[in-house]
Design a protein around this ligand. Structure first.
Ligand code: MN
Length: 231
């Protein structure tokens, strides 16, 4: 039988050096840097990883101009390391098992409608409207794990700039939950599959974006992310 209408194209992220990574699901980690938990008024010691999701078609390529989203007056950037999953796994407990799932990593930005998130938190309501909106997941080309893991992670810092001004600057080593720990914890809740992306949380320094702003996220030697908010 024919489809009623043409199925939407599979969202895909360029892989550094050629080919495309088709996106299946996007998982995100909340509360993964102690200094960001404090700036949001939380207590790092009491926090466990919080997971939420975005739709696969929320991805935005580097170089894009993103329309200021509807329904908010407080759009925020959150520069993040993104992990791309290349193999299936569930109920993983060992670091090496988690490592075997990693296809590569990328610079990303978890765009957030902060005013809607604050309202959802206050009401004990779901976060979807604050996190899972259109164009909310900018991501740079993915660096393959074998090409970028040592250079990207040995003492690498996550740096977010807005209009060339540094707003976030933190070592990846400040993550509360390491990448293997995140993969193990997620795999206890969801079967991870090739095509999944994981946004691993943001350090302190989040803030608002206005029309015309240009955002850059850099991590070590990974391909940088750059996008702007349309006028
Ligand atoms: Mn985030």
């Amino acid at each position: 039988m024919d489809y009623e209408f043409e199925p939407p194209a599979t969202p895909a992220v360029p892989v550094h050096g050629g080919s495309k990574f088709p996106v299946r699901r996007i998982f995100c980690v909340g509360k993964n840097y102690a200094d960001h938990i404090r700036e949001m008024g939380g207590d790092a010691k009491k926090s466990s990883p919080v997971f939420f999701t975005k739709p696969a078609d929320a991805i935005v390529m580097t170089g894009a101009s993103i329309p200021y989203p509807q329904g908010t007056d407080d759009l925020h950037y959150e520069g993040e390391l993104v992990v791309a999953i290349g193999n299936s796994g569930r109920d993983l407990t060992e670091r090496h098992e988690a490592g075997a799932l990693i296809f590569g990593t990328a610079c990303g930005c978890d765009l957030t409608r902060r005013d809607l998130q604050a309202a959802a938190k206050k009401a004990g309501a779901p976060w979807d409207a604050s996190k899972a909106f259109d164009h909310s997941a900018p991501v740079a080309p993915i660096g393959r794990w074998q090409d970028f893991s040592p250079d990207a992670f040995d003492g690498a810092r996550l740096v977010t700039k807005v209009n060339d001004e540094i707003r976030q600057d933190a070592p990846l080593s400040a993550m509360i939950w390491t990448v293997p720990e995140i993969i193990c914890a997620l795999s206890a809740l969801f079967e991870l599959r090739a095509g999944d992306l994981i946004y691993t949380g943001t350090p302190a320094g989040v803030g608002p974006l206005n029309r015309g702003d240009r955002v850059e996220v850099e991590i070590g030697t990974l391909p940088a992310l750059e996008f702007s908010i349309a006028e």
